[in-house]
Design a protein around this ligand. Structure first.
Ligand SMILES: Cc1cc2nc3c(=O)[nH]c(=O)nc-3n(C[C@H](O)[C@H](O)[C@H](O)COP(=O)(O)O)c2cc1C
Length: 371
């Protein structure tokens, strides 16, 4: 197909960026940083490879914002101190050399933390032990510990720590940040009915349950320069509960997407295991709902590695799409699609087993590295 006829290769404006196509890299935790949370040269080569392969923007793996309760996994990168900033600069430099912007995903794991070098305590909206079991792919085992309910002071600290992390992301030469409000981590624990039993202004109806995510966004937006992209990721499903759906259906979706738009998000990144299916039993997809009730660009993610599924999602209202597993299988997915070359299937065993760390076979030779 001639790319000028292909909607995936339209250019799109986001913050200060003009992206040459609609296809970005989705955030993927690879637990390949140093034990104290510094990004490595291997990670720089890994991220640069996707930019070289034609992805028009990259979102990093979930990165912990603080030296308190934020970290979720051993060997997860942080953006919680100056050493982390220094280490991320080699990643942002390597990606910028390939011509793409890169956004840091700021992730507070909350009750889903299964590895934190700073504390053994877990912070959550309420003292509710998470469903399911820790993820073995990230080195965990068995049930999650019971977390402690956040006090009003803790909530203030969470917001401040997201802001400080976003400021450090500016220093590390990131082009934006994505506030991780999805997939069952801390902010999503506030949004989710059964993990939030609070009776203050952060619990109860959906307006209250989305409040913390919105306040984090507002504070991060206010603290970062104009043109620096501040996005948010939202989902219904969670790593430890894939079938959860917002109990209020479309009414909840309306409140959530309107509130996040009002909070100043530059984009809404919606994700489901398969984002092409209806958000609820039937009816619109999450992409359509974000487009209907939000007023900013929508990024859609989940089972879009088939180019026709990606195009159909653009037709539905997504301005951009992201790929996770499809990108691991095809680090040059946009180039392959542009040139009408075949795509590789994702091989879970080869790429993500026995653990999720970056394999040497996934990164170009060090000679290609920028440092
Ligand atoms: C190895 C792996 C790690 C992931 N880590 C993150 C993460 O750090 N943050 C996040 O928001 N989503 C994470 N995800 C979810 C993906 O971003 C994406 O939502 C999911 O894989 C569905 O998209 P896909 O069908 O394109 O793979 C991860 C997925 C995989 C496979």
């Amino acid at each position: 197909m001639n790319t000028s006829d292909d909607s995936l290769f339209d250019s799109v404006d986001l913050g200060d960026e003009t992206l040459p196509n609609r296809v970005g890299l989705a955030p993927m935790t690879r637990t390949s940083a140093t034990a104290d949370g510094r990004a490595t040269t291997e990670m720089a080569r890994y991220y640069a490879k996707f930019a070289r392969g034609g992805f028009s923007f990259l979102i990093t793996e979930g990165t912990y914002p603080d030296e308190a309760y934020g970290q979720g996994y051993d060997d997860q990168p942080g953006i919680a101190n100056d050493d982390h900033v220094e280490a991320w600069r080699r990643v942002t430099d390597a990606v910028h050399d390939e011509g793409a912007p890169i956004f840091a995903q700021l992730m507070h794991a909350g009750a889903l933390s299964q590895g934190n070098r700073y504390t053994d305590e877990r912070l959550a909206p309420s003292a509710v032990r998470p469903k399911g079991e820790q993820l073995e792919m990230y080195g965990g085992r068995g049930e999650f510990p019971e977390p402690r309910a956040a006090t009003a002071d803790d909530i203030g600290d969470v917001i401040e720590n997201f802001v400080a992390a976003a400021e450090r992301a500016v220093d590390a030469n990131f082009d934006g940040v994505e506030v991780h409000g999805a997939n069952g981590y801390l902010l999503d624990q506030f949004l989710t009915t059964y993990t939030n039993e609070r009776d203050d202004e952060y619990g109860g109806d959906v307006e209250n349950r989305i409040r913390l995510t919105a306040e984090v966004l507002e504070a991060v937006r206010a603290a970062t320069p104009d043109g620096f992209v501040v996005g948010v990721r939202i989902s219904q499903s969670k790593v430890n509960d894939p079938d959860y759906r917002w109990p209020g259906g479309e009414d909840d979706a309306a409140v959530i997407f309107e509130r996040l738009t009002d909070a100043g998000a530059d984009y809404l990144h919606v994700t489901e295991e398969d984002v092409t299916t209806p958000a609820f039993e039937s009816g619109p997809t999450l992409t359509e709902l974000a487009d209907r009730y939000g007023d900013v660009p929508v990024i859609a993610n989940g089972a879009l590695e088939d180019p026709d599924a990606a195009r159909a999602t653009v037709d539905e209202g997504a301005d951009l799409i992201t790929l996770a597993k499809g990108a691991l299988a095809n680090p040059d997915w946009p180039q392959r699609v542009a040139e009408d070359r075949p795509l590789e299937d994702f091989d879970f065993q080869r790429i993500l087993q026995p653990d999720a760390t970056i394999d040497e076979s996934e990164v170009p030779e060090p000679a290609d590295a920028d440092d």
